[in-house]
Design a protein around this ligand. Structure first.
Ligand code: SF4
Length: 242
């Protein structure tokens, strides 16, 4: 049992896009990055969100256990690894209860601060924002080295990873960037699939509500043809692409 407290942004009991099967998704509050396309800028501030103990969150999930027999639980955010003690204890409790566990992370927390949580995750959903450090800094405010270190660590442990990458016109939806990323990822046998997520405008109103400067307000989401062209870059390298 654990009374460790975390800051939770929200809870989703019927997640269908954050790992295999139907999943309970725990969205953590707080993120050190500032992605220009973030659709949840209200999850950035660490001091906000709902305070909950590990037991309060775990008990909710356990009470709904039959729904997740073929799925599991995903910790997302915000950045779940930023509250590594809470994540570790929650994952440990869920593993003891027999749940499949996943962490959805952008790798912005140094591995030495979150290794235990990473080890407890059956699956890592790793968001690679951009391979090039300068481009990554431009998009997120950080150079992306943490995500690379996390991928190398999971490879060394032979533990599964799904890569996620957002296709942003003018930033990441550029053929040479996609070719370079596919080339970089090719040797990693721990990667089970690559998910290319077309940029969308669904979170733009939140930027306005929070009084934030949204630089992508005139950016048109990728067409289905552009998204398919991007996917083919990764398929050619033998990846399962979604
Ligand atoms: S890592 Fe996720 S939550 Fe954090 S700023 Fe980027 S998109 Fe938003």
């Amino acid at each position: 049992m654990s009374a460790v407290t975390g800051h939770i942004h929200s809870l989703e009991s019927f997640g269908a896009v954050d790992g295999p099967g139907i999943r309970y998704v725990v969205f953590f509050q707080g993120c050190p990055l500032r992605c220009i396309y973030c659709h949840n800028p209200d999850s950035w501030e660490f001091s906000q969100g709902i305070k909950m103990t590990v037991d309060e969150v775990a008990d909710k999930i356990i009470s709904l256990r039959p729904f997740y027999r073929k799925g599991g639980v995903t910790l997302s955010g915000g950045e779940p690894l930023a509250q590594s003690e809470f994540a570790t204890q929650l994952l440990r409790r869920l593993k003891d209860e027999g749940f499949h566990t996943a962490i959805d992370t952008a790798g912005s927390i140094p591995l030495e601060k979150c290794r235990e949580a990473v080890d407890l995750a059956d699956l890592l959903l790793l968001d690679i924002k951009a391979l090039d450090p300068a481009l990554c800094s431009n998009i997120t405010g950080a150079d992306g080295s943490g995500a690379k270190a996390l991928l190398e660590y999971r490879q060394s442990q032979n533990r599964p990873v799904w890569i996620r990458h957002v296709l942003v016109p003018g930033y990441t939806l550029v053929l040479e960037h996609l070719e370079a990323l596919a080339h970089y990822l090719s040797p990693f046998t721990c990667i089970e699939r690559v998910e290319l997520l077309p940029f969308h405008q669904l979170g733009s109103h939140k930027w306005e509500l929070l009084g934030l400067d949204y630089t992508l307000k005139n950016t048109i989401p990728p067409s289905s043809v552009q998204a398919e062209q991007a996917r083919s870059v990764f398929r050619k390298r033998g990846f399962s692409v979604y």
